[in-house]
Structures are given as structure tokens and as C-alpha cells.
Design a protein around this ligand. Structure first.
Ligand SMILES: [Zn+2]
Length: 210
């Protein structure tokens, strides 16, 4: 069975997701802030955290990742390596945004289109979803029809394209070719705000009307 807890964290209320199977094998996706809150949740549920997964290198998705890696002694997977400067320059970026400085770090493993990540019984296919950031990826669970797609597609909106190597046309093409080929009832857990479905966004999203 698929278990999910979404915990919005930090000033940007970024949807950090924790997923686990029936044996409590767990992964955390985009631990963006509030490391203590996330650690407390994982430990109070007695989850066996096996991996830290990252959709992209923006600060609000990664600021607690290195702390969790140290605390739990597990590896960080993702995003795709074109995001490398965002991880390396996290110290300067957090200061520019007026946050307490969080030092830069690198994931243990970059992920690429077609890779597969296992979390106990759960399986996530990786797709490269560039446009919002160059190395943005999504974690697709085809068995449970749910995708963790970060800041690519939101309910009635899409990700910003004015940040490092953002590209509007590329983002629209990413959504049309790598998200809109999914079934209408596929659930989309976005990086911010309410979850949605592919069918709902095909019908209502103003950025994707023909
Ligand atoms: Zn972002």
C-alpha cells in the first residue's frame, strides 16, 4: 500500500512529501525547510527513511536536505545534473533571499530520464522535466497513478520561467509531452498549493488551452 503525508514547509509553504510502504520503508521528497519538523514526523511514525529525493535545486526544495542526510545517514538522489550550480551556490542564494545561510552541497546521485528509484515496495520512474529549472525531474508512480512533479504544473497554473535557465516554451512542451500523456485520473502533487489531476489541468489550466 501507498502511504503519503504532505507537510508544507518554510516561508514558501513548499509541499514536502513523505511516502512509505507497509513495511514503513520511506523516502522524503523535497525537504525544503523545517528539518526538525520533518525529523520528528519520521521518527514519531517510526519510518525507515531510505532515500532523500529532490525534484529540482531551488532553495525552497532543498534547504533541509543536507541536515536530513546527516541525521539519517541516507543518500540524496536528484535532481538532474544541469541543476548543479543551484546546489553549489545555495549559500549565496539563501543570503540573497534573506534566509539564514545554508551551505551549498551536492546530491550523492544525479538522476536522468528513464531511471528507476525503489523505496521498499514502491517504484518511481524518473522523467526529466526542464523549463522551470534546467535539471528538474519528476517522480512517477505508475502503479498508484501519482506523480511528484515539483514546480512544473500547478492547479490552474505553471512554474515560473524567470529564474536560472528557465524557459517558457520548454516548460509548456515538457507539460504537453511528459505529463499530459498520463491518464486523466493521475494525481499531481505539486510543489506548492493543492494537489490536482492531469484531467483537471487539461480541461481548466489557462496556460495550456490550445
Ligand atoms: Zn522551483
Amino acid at each position: 500500500m501507498f502511504n503519503l503525508q504532505i507537510i508544507p514547509v518554510g516561508a514558501f509553504q513548499q509541499n514536502c512529501s513523505i511516502v512509505w510502504d507497509d513495511q514503513k520503508n520511506a523516502a522524503i521528497i523535497d525537504p525544503g525547510d523545517e528539518a526538525e519538523t520533518l525529523i520528528n514526523f519520521i521518527e514519531s511514525k517510526q519510518l525507515n527513511l531510505t532515500k532523500i529525493l529532490i525534484t529540482h535545486g531551488h532553495l525552497d526544495h532543498i534547504m533541509a536536505a543536507d541536515k536530513l542526510r546527516t541525521h539519517f545517514g541516507v543518500a540524496i538522489y536528484g535532481s538532474q545534473e544541469e541543476d548543479q550550480p543551484l546546489f553549489e551556490q545555495l549559500g549565496e542564494i539563501t543570503q540573497e533571499y534573506g534566509f539564514p545561510r545554508v551551505e551549498g552541497f551536492l546530491p550523492n546521485h544525479w538522476l536522468n530520464d528513464g531511471d528507476l528509484i525503489k523505496v521498499g515496495d514502491l517504484k518511481f520512474d524518473i522523467r526529466h522535466l526542464p523549463g522551470h529549472s534546467p535539471g528538474h525531474i519528476g517522480f512517477f508512480d505508475f502503479e498508484n497513478k501519482i506523480v511528484f512533479s515539483g514546480d512544473v504544473l500547478f492547479q490552474n497554473s505553471i512554474g515560473r520561467t524567470d529564474l536560472y535557465k528557465g524557459n517558457f516554451d520548454q516548460l509548456i512542451s515538457t507539460i504537453r509531452t511528459k505529463l499530459f500523456d498520463l491518464d486523466d485520473d493521475f494525481v499531481v502533487v505539486a510543489g506548492h498549493g493543492a494537489y490536482t489531476t492531469i484531467g483537471q489541468e487539461k480541461q481548466n489550466n489557462p496556460f495550456l488551452k490550445k
